[in-house]
Write a protein that binds this ligand. Structure first.
Ligand code: MD3
Ligand code: FE
Length: 203
């Protein structure tokens, strides 16, 4: 079952099987340095993020952890690029051998974390973004390209769900108003929610 929420925005529930989900949770646990990004406005994000390939600091990318100890950013593994290519091909139903994501933002949500409505426009490429969710279900809000408010559609994203955002949806406002604590399968060994977004930096 594959649902086109808007042109270029395709949701594939339960795309990753349970074993693959567990492996991905394990990989996310191995990446160190999750931190809450500080916004220039003074706010601190409630989501905790670790970056692979390029380091994201609102509102730019760099090769070093500029808001940390200045060390080089973790590498973006080949297997994760392969997973992103498979995701894009399955969601759009077309071959995607040219899709080469080089950044992953891995977001961890505890029971209280959320993400306000925003656009992803720090990438210099408008190639699609591939999103994978693990653990607790969340309410994902998919808006429009004009403003942060209505119209929007709320969609629940559960563990193993794939979502691809390309084409006319690439610059749509979106956010996560809440997670649903305690909805993860206990056998997954994850309290909270993880989301990986694979992107092409264009840098
Ligand atoms: C729609 N993450 O990291 S994933 C983000 O669940 C982000 O952690 C959310 O928004 C999360 O920037 C939502 C779904 C998503 C990701 C990228 C998009 C939706 C998108 C880019 C363009 C349009
Ligand atoms: Fe985003």
């Amino acid at each position: 079952p594959r649902a086109e929420i808007a042109p270029g925005a395709v949701h594939v529930p339960d795309w990753l099987g349970f074993d693959a989900q567990r492996e991905l949770v394990e990989a996310c646990r191995g990446w160190r340095g999750y931190r809450s990004a500080r916004l220039p406005s003074g706010g601190v994000m409630s989501v905790r993020t670790v970056c692979l390939g390029w380091h994201w600091v609102p509102y730019r990318y760099s090769r070093t952890i500029d808001d940390g100890d200045g060390s080089p950013v973790l590498p973006f593994p080949d297997w994760l690029g392969d997973l992103g290519r498979r995701g894009l091909a399955d969601a759009y139903g077309v071959p995607a051998e040219d899709y080469r994501p080089d950044v992953a933002l891995v977001n961890f949500y505890d029971a209280a974390a959320k993400m306000g409505m925003h656009q992803d426009k720090d990438e210099r490429s408008l190639a699609p973004v591939v999103s994978l969710s693990l653990g607790d279900t969340c309410v994902f809000r998919f808006g429009n390209t004009e403003n942060r408010g209505q119209p929007y559609t709320d969609v629940e994203l559960g563990s193993g769900d794939l979502f691809v955002f390309g084409g006319a949806s690439r610059l749509a406002y979106h956010g996560v108003p809440k997670t649903l604590p305690g909805t993860a399968d206990p056998a997954l060994g994850l309290t909270g929610r993880l989301n990986l977004t694979l992107r092409v930096s264009g840098l």
